[in-house]
Design a protein around this ligand. Structure first.
Ligand code: CS2
Length: 487
């Protein structure tokens, strides 16, 4: 077995692997990141790495895990160093990243985390806590005051455990003169505005003074993030070890593409992320809609169809003749028709690139990973496009079938090739329960499911749509995916 990556060992990495060109010992702490998963490490941290390489060493990251111990336990023995390999076919580019200066596990190192957020030298807090980490009702976007984290944090605001509670208490400890930017990097529409609204709702339940402090000192720009980062596997770690020449238990293998579009509304200073290619714009919403609908929307359809068929990887779905064609048409016909491109954007070329990214045969991107948390993702990725289309009297044949496939996936239990479907979504049992109690007839099942307001919203759905969705669900139940796609 090779030597483990660390400050001491990183000079022994293979010469082709790029290393930090700055003196890590001089790195200051200027950023706190909540949610230290692979996505942050393969995305925002690389933009920060590029900013550090210009010689501005103020922007070292304190990376925080809000729950699990696995990431801190892996990174601490490596002095927070890790490697990222970009891979498409034979093309490989690897680098060791030094931007994460230190890591913390919030439940056991809470004071460290809160005091870091309170430190005026920290001017930006970035977040990737997944959609469910914000404790919102997915459909309305309002704070879920019955959520166990919210209840816990409202009871003990100075010893919080949820994202909003940790942010709230950290900000409460900041001096009033110190500006702060909270930058949400999760896949949600108007993500910055959403976090602002939720945090303000939370803060006003704690005390009015905190809400006012946030109001006057904190900015919440919206941002669009993009990079496909599959969860690590034993194979990907072994592959990375071979290319790194060192053992890195936090190694990431991802696609070469990355994009970050950020609204240029920071309260204080920020790293020069444009050196890593970030685009600073006035309005991020058109980019966000394009990405959430075309990339994430198609991704979710790949996930549920793939899961139902028993296909493990995204690339397997893309090469399956009938499913591959279905998802291509879902993207280029249904979803494409619902987006308006930012100025100068070639949506057709964007779609072609997306399809090529999904086809990447060397990326072990599991359909199960994307299928996770559907009750949070579907309301963002599919439902707005569907609502807008239905309001204009337009049928979206592929998207509507995909929605039926998701509902079926929630209750069917096994794939068409016999694998047990493991559903990882805290919001799923309530919806599945509705589908099950109304199981017999597809139309009743659909009506009951669409009545689940926290996912589908309070507005009624049109009768013609309900009929079509019921027909799709009935076809799936009777004849599986082939019957659905034939309809
Ligand atoms: C995926 C995203 O897991 C998922 O839901 O759709 O993580 C996707 O890979 C990224 O948003 C790509 O930028």
């Amino acid at each position: 077995m090779s030597e483990r990556l660390s400050t001491f060992a990183f000079h022994h990495a293979r010469s082709k692997v790029r290393r930090p060109n700055y003196d890590r010992a001089r790195l200051e702490r200027g950023l706190v990141h909540l949610g230290l998963g692979a996505f942050h490490r393969a995305h925002q941290a690389l933009y920060t790495e590029a900013a550090l390489e210009t010689g501005d060493l103020r922007w070292g990251i304190l990376g925080v895990s809000l729950r699990g111990t696995a990431v801190p336990a892996t990174l601490k023995p490596q002095d927070s160093l890790y490697s990222v390999f970009e891979r498409h076919g034979e093309t490989v580019y690897g680098q060791i990243v030094g931007a994460v200066r230190e890591v913390a596990h919030a439940p056991s190192e809470l004071e460290t985390v809160l005091n870091a957020i309170a430190d005026p030298a920290v001017q930006v807090i970035t977040l990737t806590v997944t959609e469910k980490g914000y404790c919102q009702h997915p459909a309305s976007g309002e704070l879920d005051t019955t959520h166990s984290d919210v209840c816990h944090d409202l009871d003990a605001p100075s010893a919080p455990r949820g994202t909003l509670g940790v942010l709230g208490e950290g900000i409460r400890r900041r001096p009033r003169y110190a500006p702060l930017t909270v930058l949400c990097c999760d896949n949600m529409a108007a993500n910055g505005d959403t976090v602002r609204r939720l945090l303000m709702q939370y803060a006003s339940l704690v005390d009015g003074e905190l809400a006012q402090h946030i109001e006057t000192t904190v900015a919440f720009p919206n941002s669009m993030v993009d990079r496909i980062v599959p969860a690590a596997t034993l194979e990907s770690l072994a592959w990375a070890e071979k290319h790194l020449g060192l053992r890195d238990e936090a190694a990431i293998v991802c696609e070469p593409f990355k994009q970050w579009v950020i609204e240029n509304r920071f309260a204080g200073e920020r790293p020069a992320w444009e050196h890593g290619g970030a685009l600073l714009v006035n309005d991020v919403r058109p980019y966000q809609a394009l990405k959430l609908r075309l990339l994430n929307g198609t991704h979710s359809s790949i996930a549920y169809l793939g899961q139902l068929r028993g296909l493990e990887m995204v690339a397997d779905v893309m090469t399956d003749p009938s499913l591959g064609l279905f998802v291509r048409r879902l993207m280029t016909e249904d979803l494409c028709a619902t987006v308006s491109a930012p100025m100068g954007y070639d949506v057709h070329a964007y779609c072609t690139d997306l399809l090529r990214r999904f086809e990447n045969p060397t990326l072990a991107h599991r359909t199960e990973q994307i299928a996770m948390d559907g009750t949070q993702k579907v309301p963002v990725r599919w439902l707005p496009a569907l609502r807008e289309s239905l309001a204009a009297g337009i049928e979206r044949p592929f998207l509507e079938r995909a929605l039926a496939a998701w509902l079926h996936y929630l209750v069917v239990g096994v794939s068409e090739s016999g694998q047990v479907l493991r559903i990882n979504d805290p919001g799923a049992p309530a919806l599945a329960e509705r589908l099950r109690t109304a199981a017999k007839d597809a139309e009743t099942a659909v009506r009951t499911a669409l009545g689940h307001a926290s996912v589908f919203g309070g507005e009624p759905w049109s009768e013609v749509f309900i009929e079509r969705l019921a027909r799709h669900l009935a076809a799936l139940r009777a004849g599986g995916l082939d019957a659905l796609l034939r309809l």
